[in-house]
Design a binder for this molecule. Sequence first.
Ligand code: 6R9
Length: 660
Amino acid sequence: MSATEGSTELKIYQPPAALAGSAHVSGMAAYEAMCQAAEADYEGFWAGHARELLSWKTPFTKVLNESEAPFFKWFEDGTLNASYNCLDRNIERGLGDKTAIIFEADGGEVTKVTYKELLAKTCQIANGLKSLGIKKGDRVVIYIAMSIDGVAAMQACARIGATHSVVFGGFSAQSLRDRIEDTGAVAVITADNQVRGGKQLPLKSIVDEALALGGCDSVKNVLVVKRSGAAIAMTAGRDLWMADVVASQPTSCEPEWVSAEHPLFLLYTSGSTGKPKGVQHSTGGYLLHAALTTKLTFDLKADDVFWCTADIGWVTGHTYITYGPLALGGTEIVFEGVPTYPDAGRFWKMIQDHKVSIFYTAPTAIRSLIKAAEANDAVHPKSYNLSSLRILGSVGEPINPAAWEWYHQHVGGGRCPIVDTFWQTETGGHMITPLPGATPLVPGSCTLPFPGIQAAVVDETGKDVPWGQGGILVVKKPWPSMIRTIWGDPERFKKSYYPEDFKGKYYLAGDGAIRDAKTGYFTITGRIDDVLNVSGHRMGTMEIESALVSCTELVAEAAVVGRPDDTTGEAICAFVVLKRPRPTGDEAKAIAKQLRDWVGKEIGPIAKPKDIRFGDNLPKTRSGKIMRRLLRSLAKNEAITQDTSTLENPAILEQLGDNH
Ligand code: 6R9
């Protein structure tokens, strides 16, 4: 029986005694005491952690300001600097010579930097940015692969009070352009190219293409880090080599002290409608939760080696690479490559080589590595020494119990708790997650809310549903690291996250959830909007549809749905009506390839539909509404059992069935 069905036969994993004994949060009583402390004095709870974990230039006197709800403010009269907290603060605590980052390149070369070295590098970039006139409040887009330079560039922006917006290196020129335009960035930081899986992929030339598409007049400079020395074009007066800009810059730079509410970064994510939204995060509240969750969810200690495999282009890379582990003075791995190069044992070899003790990755990676390991002993975790591991983590999508068990047994040797962390770009850090020294684990459940987080499951009217009954996941109280607004679109912020139906009261996550009837453990049941989760990446179905119909030469109409996929969680399935007769056979294959490439160019390779089917029309109601629930069944190759009486054109269903 699974956690969603009841609780009588749940498989429960207790925290290992040794870990529980020494953990920051030791045992369920300690967890409950924290929750009660937050309940008794909500503001005092967060204020206490904010004073302990962060250094403030001006201490805050106000904690939470709700006067403009849902635009909440935290610690608003306090001032601080995020880069000071991640670097200088640790050096002042005597950690200057401690390794901050162990960088492993795609080809295996290892570079280490200490806190002192990372501070010097960050300050040189910060001074370089200042020399170009970049100042507090300006936006800087960062389009770069996983690297020490990438982390330092983010820290450098924070140091001078510039708001960074990192765009994942897999996004196309068009997507990059849209983000540059929306942020009004004054500069783009990039590299000549990126190296992944033994291949060199362009970055700078995509920046050139993006800027040439127009609408990016705000950009004065493009700063280029040399990664591989590939030949690239440099536009005089605009493009500069990072090395030249920083060469003569001092290695110290007075931090710009900003209000706790100052926007630290914007990060674009997909919603159910329209273009991706620029999620705006604060400095103080965000950094607090990054530090607190890194400390408690991962039980980070002084001698841990922490490895989060996410890319800095996603929120997980922001919170659990650039900010959280550094704010605590941790040692972390930054990895440039992919899990399957030179073979699917890469993760296991790196854990062995660097003696990683905390490993945080996505279910989709685990599932693909299970397949590889089952086919070849040489890349099976058992062929490596993984005894350094003590805690495992999962993020980005639900982890199915079978993958959980494999991860637990084969990677964690049966002795490492798995923290299945539920959270979102908008939440800034973990929301529902086990604490490894406290929470008994149930595979497939992200268990209980992080202390202080008031997560609940409600119905459409905002009323609590009983445990054991599915509903809508909400957060009842504002929390420090929550999204502040959607950049340039406060109305959309309100509509997306604090809609009227909930009387503007609760934060609406966009996911469904159910609590176990007996334990109250949460299981996330998936998005309740038109957002897909493909390999842990959020994609709006509307976004992909508009990319398809923007191929005006070929496409008349398109509808996109998700269907379950063994490896990627969900797969993108597109139903397309062409402006020409419905193609079949080889012609259909050729056009499908053409459309896939088109979407790759419009959004990026991650948005390419796995399955494209052609029809003379789409299934519609008499009023012309596309019947997506039928498309979802067709995508799964399920027999149609739903009511089709409102369907205008039933014959279309046969055409759109699995026709290849
Ligand atoms: C951090 C991150 C957020 C969406 C979220 C949900 C899904 C993330 C999950 C999970 C089940 C987990 N999600 N973690 N679902 N269990 N542990 O992934 O942010 O890219 O914004 O995605 O991902 O659907 O709403 P983001």
